[in-house]
Design a protein around this ligand. Structure first.
Ligand code: NAD
Ligand code: GLY
Length: 351
């Protein structure tokens, strides 16, 4: 195995994130090290299962762990209460106990659903995250936000439930289609804009050479944010840079626009909104970087359409909304404003 790096998270539950090549084959040994003898229920989608399900199951078996596996059709369309209910039934049928565990194998969709299932099954069982997309590696597998989408909006039903372990096998990124790899870079660029100017500079001209170092840096940044505000009452909302408008675009498109692509569009809009408020204009470096990755930054929705969906944001108080806006590169601020002001800014930045 190549060099494995470790980032340790201190939150309501402490856990390690291991990053490096070959970790899929060490899943059994690592799960056993952290959780002891348990029955893991592996939750994954059909694409990831075909690529990596067998290896993970073999590794678990080699460590003496008698795993069961639940596979659902890939894509955001599966991130719903129906699939969740089927997985909860599956775990009950396989007689999992609180001493057992969920293993979420795949991108952010299996990750969010596996985390949520682990949070609610028997009022809480351990969860191990094995991210296989860049987006999941740098963001969704870390920090304990879990959710499913409901008809009223994205991620509107969920729980905070920290994983017990995150195993990020960087070799799995090799099989990602280019557009899905690119989605992850939207979140990487996000970390640079909100927290680390050096990271932003390092990734602003692709290709990135050292993915392990980039994932490690993103995860360290997220570790610090989650350590300071695990339950999203303040600082953690910085991680939503580009997401308020992004989620609206994702939902208005019927999820045909991916999360990463929507966040890229949302970040550009947030940069424009910040400039319209006189905070400083970081539109050009953000736009140019995202264009170099090949993102389509157009937004086919009117300010009123975006606004209507943004009002479902779960962080919103009745008449206010908090926007994350860049103040300087590597530093964003939270701007709480009347919802009417957010609509004005959307109108002022429509192009
Ligand atoms: P995803 O899980 O749907 O993965 C995207 C596609 O990539 C899927 O079709 C999947 O089958 C495929 N795939 C996964 N790994 C692969 C691999 N190694 N090789 C080839 N194909 C592979 O989605 P995503 O983009 O990873 O994540 C998006 C989701 O994450 C959204 O639902 C979003 O809301 C959520 N999210 C959650 C958080 C959080 O903090 N919980 C943060 C960011 C995003
Ligand atoms: N992805 C946003 C968060 O974890 O808070």
């Amino acid at each position: 195995m190549e060099h494995i790096c470790k980032v340790s998270v201190k939150a309501s539950k402490d856990y390690d994130i291991l990053i490096g090549e070959g970790l899929l084959d060490a899943a059994g040994e690592q799960v056993r090290r952290v959780l002891g003898t348990c029955r893991p229920a592996v939750l994954t989608d059909d694409t990831v299962d075909a690529l990596y399900g067998g290896r993970v199951l073999r590794s678990l078996a080699a460590a003496g762990l008698d795993a069961c596996k639940f596979v659902f059709p890939h894509g955001e369309g599966s991130k719903n209460l129906g699939v969740m209910a089927s997985f909860l039934d599956f775990m009950a049928e396989h007689r999992l106990t609180r001493g057992d565990a969920v293993i979420a194998l795949g991108g952010g969709v299996p990750g969010d659903m596996g985390g949520f299932a682990a949070a609610v099954f028997l009022r809480g069982v351990p969860c191990v995250q094995i991210p296989t997309t860049l987006l999941a590696a740098v963001d969704s597998s870390v920090g304990g936000k879990t959710a499913v989408d409901i008809p009223a909006g994205k991620n509107l039903a969920g729980a905070f439930h920290q994983p017990s372990l995150v195993l990020c096998d960087t070799k799995t990124l090799d099989t990602l289609p280019p557009d899905i790899l690119r989605d992850g870079f939207a979140e990487v660029v996000k970390y640079g804009v909100i927290l680390d100017e050096d990271l932003f500079s390092a990734v602003s001209v692709p290709p990135v050479q050292d993915m392990q170092a980039v994932i490690r840096r993103c995860v360290e940044l997220k570790r610090d944010v989650v350590g300071a505000d695990e339950f999203d009452r303040g600082t953690r909302q910085l991680l939503n840079f580009g997401h308020t408008v992004g989620h609206a675009i994702e939902q208005l498109s019927g999820f045909t626009v991916s999360h990463g692509s929507a966040v890229a569009k949302g970040m550009l809009r947030a940069a424009r909104m910040g400039a319209a408020m006189g905070l400083g204009d970081f539109t050009a470096p953000i736009r140019d970087t995202l264009l170099r990755y090949g993102f389509d930054l157009s937004c086919p929705y009117t300010p009123e359409e975006l606004f209507d969906v943004m009002l479902n944001d779960k962080k919103r108080l009745p008449d206010t909304i908090t926007l994350v806006l860049p103040e300087r590169m590597g530093h964003c601020g939270l701007y709480k404003m009347p919802v009417s002001r957010a609509l004005e800014l959307l109108k002022a930045t429509a192009s």
